[in-house]
Design a protein around this ligand. Structure first.
Ligand code: FES
Length: 113
């Protein structure tokens, strides 16, 4: 099984998210590691609208009210727990969830990059 260590869970504040970039040769993969209401979730940091990362400012994934994830390119909003776009140009599409496990406090991807 392919695994990739992303980040120490302790470095992700509760009800907030951190961006992680993994470089694999020339390939760059970006992830959002989110702690939301006692749940940990990993999404690919790729907006379903135009494929860009959500965060223009590093690690700023939430809207001002800290209720939804937010894409700074064209303003799409996503439910934190499901990744569903609830407002914006990709309404009804979703962020891609990633399979992971927490090993010794490290959020570890358990799927191919
Ligand atoms: S790229 Fe995210 S809203 Fe357009």
């Amino acid at each position: 099984m392919t695994t990739t260590a992303l980040i120490e869970l302790a470095n992700v504040p509760e009800n907030d998210a951190r961006g992680v970039t993994i470089k694999d040769g020339a390939r760059v993969r970006k992830f959002i590691v989110l702690r939301w209401q006692n749940e940990t979730i990993v999404y690919r940091n790729r907006c379903p609208h135009a494929g860009t990362p959500l965060d223009w400012v590093p690690d700023r994934f939430f809207d001002r009210g800290k209720q939804n994830l937010f894409c700074t390119s064209h303003g799409a909003s996503f439910e934190p727990d499901t990744g569903l776009c609830i407002d914006g140009p990709c309404l009804g599409d979703s962020l891609e969830k990633c399979a992971f496990e927490v090993r010794d406090g490290i959020v570890t991807l358990t799927e191919a990059l």
